[in-house]
Design a protein around this ligand. Structure first.
Ligand code: PEP
Ligand code: MG
Length: 759
């Protein structure tokens, strides 16, 4: 195989003059009328080779089934176009598509992922750089270049390729989606679609399809004009959101969400990134899309659903900016039918609030899940939501009759009379259920045999704090502190952190808050923090392992907690503790900071409680020693289950294979409860398990009296608590903990139904 050892450092493409000349040529090609999209792509790949001093430029287009087709090339054998296919994830181009980020490979032949496609004649090339072509979060293809000589592609080079990929995205979208639409729409005979159940409920109404603003021109000739347009759009959007916040009918909950938006809007890091993109030749619109796309992409790679779902907030903000930049108006509320079913690819909360929400009876999303902010807003209006129906915003037309069954996860488009009758009956039943849940909100969370259960929420953004109805919960059982660290450009300083934590405490008034120290690493990567590129990051350098090794970060955070809680009670817990010694090291650091603050004469918290999360199985075998040293324990069932069952919680193939309602898992939970109860150490549950009704029946049956959950689950869980008998459930469970079945779920379900437990 060919090996040329000479190594060039820079490519002409990183030269500013070449850069500008190339962008000008591309701009001209895109604007040209009378030539097809295919022709334009061919001209652009040729331009890149001719102007940029690279030997190859190829454009791959995404096809249904996660396949990339070599669509146009200059430099490879042109007979390979439309004949060479790679799967997403296959080869270096496939890897760029899979990871959805620009990448450069200096020595492709020695790269483990390289796949040689002889028909392309790529034998002669040594280095490759490529960028994904993405629009609206959808992967459309990959643009890549290759060189005969070994080259270290500088970051500026990849930036330029990304700008070109954006410019190409409009053209590639027409090609990439054309075939998908034919398949999805033409082949779609059924009027009933399966969907994910996001907010339960039943509704009938007329479709209104929410459309996102189209990108328009991508490359600009005047940087200063585009910067001014962007700055003016930012100001307008800020005013618009301020106006929404001050609307008299806006609830605290919705205000909180919009205020988080304002926080993002004012973030200088975000604004500067957009201005920098304009400096690279993009229009203001393209800069907005690019930067929001990059942030969304970073979040998309995380398995933490909470953070992942903030993607839609960024998309909402980006869409607002785009609308102003493109001079488009939002829909006039008068145009919405009275019983509207809003259909959208995805939707941000502010976009939803732009509509006359009283007219919206249900929402159908292509992308959506439980903790998206739009879902939180929808929940506060009791609007049923279903999601996960591919291309539904293309399939449904305005004014179609839609039947949304979010209880069972179905959407009916223009349903038959029989289905319509069925819907009307279900709607009546639903009204009765809502009346029953509403009556519970002021009642205590006590089981039928008098056991009090403390219901708490898991939170991380200020909007979460006011999301839950105050009368439904007792405090914050888990405050995830990662988010402010993830949305910053650098580690937030002690002062910034103190302000964030103080605000949480103040907003909670007298309710207790348990702060968890930084749980970064694994999927929660900070872009500015050292990344070890580990093979198994969930089991790698993460969480307390990082903060014990980089003690200054831990010390800074602990100091901020102490200062924020002056004269109040402070509760702190450490994540991913694997043994008693780790807990001791963390606690000693806290003691040190407390002593330091005292010495400085700063006000101290009234009382300090220190606990640990139980997420690493090894700690189960030191539990009896641990309870002598901690004030409380909180079980993170998400991580504990992944490590106990050896199932990656981010891997959809495997993560439903084992059940937290299996006898093994429940037996472990019972053991922890017994050890803690004997030592008089409070033990709660803060993993997602505590957000699910049937799981709560089991947890309460096992003896747990404090649950911390997704705020959305509070109403249902309270209904569960108030309808179950703790003692009876306990003796039922005890009889089955040594069963050898895979899961006790069906058994527990029958038990709950037989005993009228509200699941
Ligand atoms: C858990 O692991 O259960 C937990 C609550 O922590 P996180 O989901 O933030 O990892
Ligand atoms: Mg965890």
């Amino acid at each position: 195989m060919l090996r040329i050892k000479e190594k060039k450092q820079l490519s002409p493409l990183s030269d500013k003059v070449v850069h500008d000349r190339l962008l000008k040529g591309i701009r001209r090609t895109i604007r040209k009328s009378g030539i097809s999209a295919d022709e334009k792509i061919k001209i652009i790949v040729s331009l890149i080779v001719e102007t940029g001093g690279v030997d190859v430029c190829s454009c791959y287009v995404a096809r249904p089934g996660d396949v990339l087709e070599l669509y146009a090339t200059k430099g490879l054998d042109e007979r390979a176009t439309h004949e060479t296919f790679l799967r997403v994830g296959e080869g270096l181009v496939g890897e760029i598509a899979l990871k959805r980020k620009p990448q450069a490979f200096e020595d492709i032949w020695n790269h483990a992922s390289f796949v040689y496609k002889p028909e392309t004649g790529e034998k002669a090339f040594q280095s490759l750089a490529g960028v994904p072509i993405i629009q609206d979060n959808v992967l459309l293809g990959v643009l890549c270049v290759q060189t005969v000589e070994r080259i270290t592609y500088p970051p500026a080079f990849l930036e330029l390729l990304s700008v070109i990929a954006m410019a190409l995205s409009g053209i590639v979208a027409a090609i990439a989606t054309g075939s998908v639409e034919k398949k999805m729409i033409g082949g779609q005979q059924h009027k009933k679609f399966e969907a994910s159940k996001i907010i339960a409920g039943i509704a009938l109404g007329r479709a209104y399809v929410h459309k996102r603003v189209a990108l328009g021109k991508v490359l600009a000739s005047s940087t200063s004009r585009e910067t001014k347009r962007l700055e003016s759009a930012i100001k307008t959007v800020e005013t618009e959101i301020n106006h929404l916040v001050s609307k008299p009918n806006m609830s605290d909950e919705q205000k909180g969400i919009l205020e988080t938006y304002l926080m993002f809007m004012r973030d200088k890091g975000w604004q500067n990134k957009m201005i920098k993109s304009i400096g690279e030749g993009l229009t203001a619109e393209a800069a907005v899309q690019r930067v929001c796309g990059e942030i969304a992409e970073r979040m998309r790679l995380m398995t933490d659903t909470y953070i992942k779902e903030r993607i839609h907030d960024f998309q909402d903000l980006s869409n607002r900016l785009m609308r102003h930049l493109r001079g488009e108006q939002i829909v006039s509320t008068g145009k919405l039918p009275k019983n509207t079913v809003l259909v959208a690819k995805s939707l941000g909360p502010a976009e939803l609030l732009d509509y006359d929400i009283t007219r919206i009876k249900a929402i159908v999303l292509e992308e959506g899940s439980q903790t998206m902010h739009v879902v939180i807003v929808a929940r506060s209006f009791n609007i049923p939501v279903v999601a996960g129906i591919r291309n539904i915003s293309e399939i449904v037309q305005n004014d179609d009759v839609l039947g949304v069954d979010a209880d069972n996860g179905f959407l009916y488009v223009n349903p038959s009379d029989e289905v319509l009758d069925d819907f009307e009956t279900k709607i009546k039943v639903q009204r009765r259920l809502q009346t029953r849940l509403a009556q519970l909100s002021e009642l205590p969370a006590v089981t039928t045999d008098g056991v009090e259960i403390s219901l708490n929420i898991n939170a991380g953004l200020s909007s979460d704090l006011i999301n839950a109805k105050a009368s439904l919960f007792d405090g914050i059982g888990l405050y995830r502190t990662e988010l402010p660290f993830m949305s910053s450009e650098q580690l937030p300083d002690i002062h910034e952190q103190t302000q964030i934590y103080r605000r949480v405490i103040q907003e909670m008034k007298d309710k207790p808050v348990v702060f968890r120290t930084l749980d970064i690493g694994s999927d929660k990567v900070l872009p500015y923090f050292e990344n070890k590129g580990e093979k198994n990051p969930a089991m790698g350098w993460r969480s307390i392992r990082i903060t014990l090794d980089r003690r200054a970060i831990l010390r800074g955070q602990l100091r901020a907690f102490i200062r924020a809680s002056a004269q109040r009670e402070l509760s702190i817990m450490f994540p991913m503790i694997a043994n008693v010694d780790e807990f001791r090291q963390a606690k000693q650091t806290l003691d040190f900071e407390l002593a330091r603050e005292k010495e400085k004469g700063n006000a101290l918290p009234k009382a300090v409680k220190v606990g640990t999360m139980l997420e690493v199985p090894s700690l189960l075998f030191q539990l009896e020693e641990l309870v002598k040293e901690v004030d409380f324990i909180s079980i993170g069932t998400n991580d504990l289950a992944q490590f106990l069952f050896a199932t990656d919680r981010s891997n959809p193939i495997i993560w439903t294979r084992y059940d937290t309602l299996s006898p093994a898992f429940l037996k472990m939970l019972r053991y922890v409860h017994e050890v803690c109860a004997k030592a008089n150490v409070p033990c709660s549950i803060c993993g997602e398990m505590a957000s699910r009704p049937l799981e709560c029946v089991a947890l309460i049956g096992l003896g747990y009296k404090k649950l911390s959950m997704n705020p959305s689950a509070l109403g249902m869980v309270k209904a569960v608590v108030r309808s179950m008998n703790q003692k009876q459930t306990e003796s039922f469970l005890m009889r089955h903990l040594s069963d050898t079945v895979e899961t006790l779920r069906p058994l527990l379900q029958s038990y709950a139904i037989d005993h009228d437990i509200f699941i």
